[in-house]
Design a protein around this ligand. Structure first.
Ligand code: UD1
Ligand code: CA
Length: 454
């Protein structure tokens, strides 16, 4: 059988005023990705063939995010906010392409999973005209209620329009819906706005389809999948669910998380085999950790490639552009940014390594700083393989330390150091023998004089 084509329509026209933010609601993030990115990624993994995003007037940033995530997506503007069915019809020209299936999802419902969207679609292949995602929320207030008679979904009633008996129903509309392509337009164009809010309700699709003798079904799912976000509190709750899922997936893939509830991941965090993550570690976007690496407590990683068997932390900060080769060691209070640290190289204590290359097996002593910024531009530091940088050195970039060279502790290196040489750049030590005891003798004489005067 031919696979069924599927158009996903993503409604994202809301401004999200209750977020109390200048940012459009669907561009807020959970697990390091925008809400819209989560939804579009789920849509892309649910065997869909095209996507249409409906945004509000002036929401160019939302359209741009949609294009970033799904370059093939088409964007439509709903010029006036007249209800969910009206919003769907803003994408009419996409519906006119005759997809077999249409799924309608909300941009502010980021926890929807591809498998849930597939479950929503499944009844269409079996002949249904409308399938509705249903759930039983802890608090049904505000949701449309599903009216089931004789095991059949016959209508959805919005709360504002519901009778007391209908409000007592606990099975609610999650908002997402699947429509068979062949009857979708006929149904959508019959939806009117004769209700309390004077809006074109997508939910009316059910009663209209029944009136056309078409079949309608409800697909019940867990509340977590369909959590909509309107406030920062709901954003935080969704973040917690997303983190829970990512931790579970990491554990299932064999990552050792000693205290999973203290580790924060991004949707794109990648782990190899036999990775250990100690308690209290934060993974920002674009981090990969290869086999056998250990991330010690209180480390913060963003945009970093951690190689095989690497040790990071405790208290390390890896910033974007960090690449750590096999067996490298980045220890406590070390910050690395836009730098490659090759295999076996070490920076074990209290260092800043920025815009640098550290060759294999090099040793960067405690307190070493690459002075990469001169107040206007950034410059590079190159440390050759097997070089040894003595503790508390400042490497003033641009500068090159040759392979196998030594830098004496406490040096301020402003010029290149040839391979296999020693560079010292600090005040020469002066020793004055007996100086301290002479000082003490003078002091005690002063004291005796003072006592004699008393
Ligand atoms: C909708 C459903 C309700 C369901 C609830 C689940 C309708 C009529 N009601 O209600 O049964 O229980 O979702 O959360 O569908 N949107 C637009 N343009 C519009 C109106 C809405 O793009 O003109 C978008 C919103 O940005 C949002 C989504 O559609 O992403 C839902 O709209 P919202 O106003 O939140 O619908 P609810 O009243 O919550
Ligand atoms: Ca809503």
């Amino acid at each position: 059988m031919e696979p069924r084509s599927c158009l996903a329509i993503v409604l994202a026209a809301g401004e999200g005023t209750r977020m109390r933010s200048a940012r459009p609601k669907v561009l807020h993030t959970i697990a390091g990705r925008s809400l819209l990115d989560h939804v579009l990624s789920a849509v892309a993994e649910a065997d869909t063939s095209s996507a249409a995003i409906v945004v509000g007037p002036g929401q160019d940033a939302v359209a741009a995010e949609a294009k970033r995530v799904l370059p093939g997506a088409s964007c439509f503007v709903q010029h006036e906010r007249k209800g969910t069915a009206h919003a769907v019809l803003a994408a009419k020209s996409a519906i006119d392409q005759h997809p077999d299936d249409i799924i309608i999802v909300y941009g502010d419902t980021p926890l929807i999973r591809p498998e849930t969207l597939m479950r929503l679609r499944a009844p269409l292949a079996a002949g249904a005209a409308v399938a509705v995602l249903a759930f039983r929320p802890a608090d049904p207030k505000g949701y449309g209620r599903l009216i089931i008679e004789g095991g059949q979904l016959i209508a959805i009633r919005e709360e504002a329009d519901a009778s007391a008996a209908e409000r007592a129903i606990t099975l609610c509309n999650a908002g997402m819906m699947a429509l068979a392509g062949k009857s979708a337009l006929a149904i959508l164009e019959r939806i009117g706005n004769h209700n309390c809010k004077g809006e074109f309700y997508l939910t009316d699709a059910v009663e209209i389809a029944r009136g056309m003798k078409l079949s309608t079904v409800a697909v019940e799912v867990e509340e977590d999948d369909v959590r909509g976000i309107n406030t920062k509190k709901e954003l935080a709750e969704a973040e917690a669910v997303a983190q829970q899922r990512l931790r579970q997936a990491a554990l299932d893939a064999g990552v050792t998380l000693i205290a999973p509830e203290t580790v924060f991941l991004s949707a794109d965090t990648k782990f190899g085999k036999d990775v250990v993550v100690e308690p209290y570690v934060v993974f920002g976007e674009k981090v990969s950790v290869a086999d056998g690496a250990v991330i010690h407590s209180f480390s913060h990683l963003v945009g970093a490639e951690v190689g095989k068997g690497v040790s990071v932390g405790p208290f390390a900060r890896l910033r974007p552009g960090t690449k750590l080769g096999e067996g490298a060691r980045i220890g406590n209070f070390v910050e690395v940014k836009e730098s490659t640290v090759e295999a076996g190289a070490k920076a074990n204590h209290l260092s800043y390594i920025g815009d640098a290359f550290v060759g294999a097996e090099a040793n960067v002593g405690a307190g070493t700083i690459t002075c990469n910024y001169d107040g206007s531009a950034k410059h590079r530091t190159t440390i050759g393989k097997n070089a040894f940088i003595g503790s508390n050195s400042a490497l003033v970039a641009p500068v090159e330390i040759g392979e196998g060279a030594y830098v004496g502790s406490g040096s301020v290196i402003t010029g290149n150091v040839p391979p296999d040489s020693l560079a010292l750049a600090r005040g020469r030590q002066v020793v004055k023998e007996g100086w301290a005891s002479r000082l003490r003798a003078l002091k005690s004489m002063g004291k005796k004089k003072a006592q004699a005067r008393d």
